[in-house]
Design a binder for this molecule. Structure first.
Ligand SMILES: [Fe+2]
Ligand SMILES: [Fe+2]
Length: 294
């Protein structure tokens, strides 16, 4: 029995197609998508259509939630006009209402049909914004696999692949297809194998795709021009396979400056994307301190 779980495609059709081709060569019995199909990229409509054509079940990520909220205007009224949210409005419009209705109907979790002991969620069973990270405490990990009916929990959301073997079962963060944050730009997903004795193992796959062409799509679709600072920083994330957008917004918040283009340029002169999350946080505070003094 072999199950593929892929997630965090983030509107990157080039990366998704590479994974589809890879899965086709791996003798897979079932494929499940772990959410964040859309958002943070220019090809949301094409990606939703491709996943539906393939008939792969998916759970709902936080980016599905965001775009549904934007499309239905269930957000702060200021976000419907402010330049700061141009990228989100562009992505919601690009999806169109029929696809928005489709992603709004996706479930929060999915048990595999051929292996019901394998549960797929976007973040955790509690929330699609709770990430499982290298520093998640064992106590929390054990809670996630405390249900005796679950042997494997496949999650995503953090864009960083990880594996934990706990007494209650295997927990695997499958990483990201379209926007990895582990400094490796290849499209990443997981293959789960069940042996004859019911034991599970996992292989974390990395698949090269035409990233240069995808960066060209950013321009050709109009997303780069329309999305302002947000699109510019997402473009950087694709280039470096590291987070830029959230660090910038955090920096702007702690330095109490507007997250506009001028400040983005300042930030990019000082920001080192190769740092770990912990180093990043202290660096951001260091930058903020200097900005306030200067
Ligand atoms: Fe994501
Ligand atoms: Fe997410």
């Amino acid at each position: 029995m072999r199950i593929a779980v892929l997630a965090d495609i983030h509107s990157n059709l080039r990366a998704l197609d590479a994974v589809v081709d890879d899965i086709a060569t791996r003798g897979v019995d079932e494929v499940v998508v772990g959410g964040d199909i859309v958002g943070r990229g220019p090809q949301g409509a094409a990606v939703v259509d491709r996943v539906r054509e393939l008939g792969w079940p998916s759970v709902r990520g936080n980016h599905e939630d965001y775009l549904v909220a934007f499309s239905r205007e269930e957000v702060d009224p200021d976000w419907l006009v402010s330049d700061h949210w141009n990228a989100s409005r562009w992505m919601a419009a690009e999806l169109g209402t029929e696809r928005v209705d489709h992603v709004a109907g996706l479930p929060m979790e999915h048990r595999c049909v051929k292996a019901p002991e394998l549960l797929v969620v976007h973040g955790t069973q509690s929330s699609n914004t709770e990430g499982v990270y290298a520093w998640t405490e064992n106590e929390r990990l054990d809670e996630l696999v405390s249900d005796p009916g679950i042997d494997v929990l496949a999650c995503a959301h953090t864009h960083r692949p990880l594996t934990f073997e706990r007494p209650g079962g295997l927990i695997v963060n499958v990483g990201s297809v379209g926007l990895p944050f582990n400094a490796d730009w290849r499209a990443q997903y997981a293959l789960f194998d069940r042996d004859a004795f019911g034991g599970w193992s996992v292989e974390l796959r990395k698949v090269a795709y035409d990233r240069e062409r995808f960066l060209q799509d950013y321009e050709e679709t109009g997303f780069l021009a329309a999305g302002g600072v947000t699109s510019a920083l997402l473009y950087k994330e694709v280039e470096h396979a590291r987070p830029f957008l959230v660090p910038f917004l955090k920096w702007a918040e702690i330095t109490e400056v507007e997250p506009n283009e001028e400040h983005m340029k300042l930030f990019l002169e000082r920001f080192d994307p190769t740092l770990s999350m912990k180093e990043l946080w202290s660096q951001l505070q260091g930058i903020a301190r200097k900005e306030r003094l200067g």
